[in-house]
Design a protein around this ligand. Sequence first.
Ligand SMILES: [Fe+2]
Ligand SMILES: [Fe+2]
Length: 137
Amino acid sequence: MSLLQWDENLSVGVEQFDHEHRKLIAIMNELFDAIQTGHAELVLGPILVRLVDYTMTHFSNEEQAMREAGYEGLAEHKALHDELIRRVAEVQRHYREGAASAVSTELMDFLKNWLIGHIQIEDKQYAPVLARETADV
Ligand SMILES: [Fe+2]
Ligand SMILES: [Fe+2]
């Protein structure tokens, strides 16, 4: 069973970011599967590394695009990104310290709700500005 599925309702109207959101969702699903099937101990570390890395890459790509487009909500949006990175990095630290239980289904629920909520509310707000910008080039 997959945790999340990307569909058109999650589209932010910018192809690059739709693609990146799909990839983020795919990594989260891998993590979820690992927890569900009890293989977490073996594969969690590398998946967490990829999740943290890719989240940072995606956030920095979005922030750069917002900056280039002169998007007004950048500072506020970036603060939300920073907060999520802090939380995911914290989970990773707990995991490294041996608390594999830090990575639980509750955590996945939190990540899932955060990601979907963030795409549907905050990311969609930049859609008109950034879509216009990409169309101009
Ligand atoms: Fe995003
Ligand atoms: Fe975002």
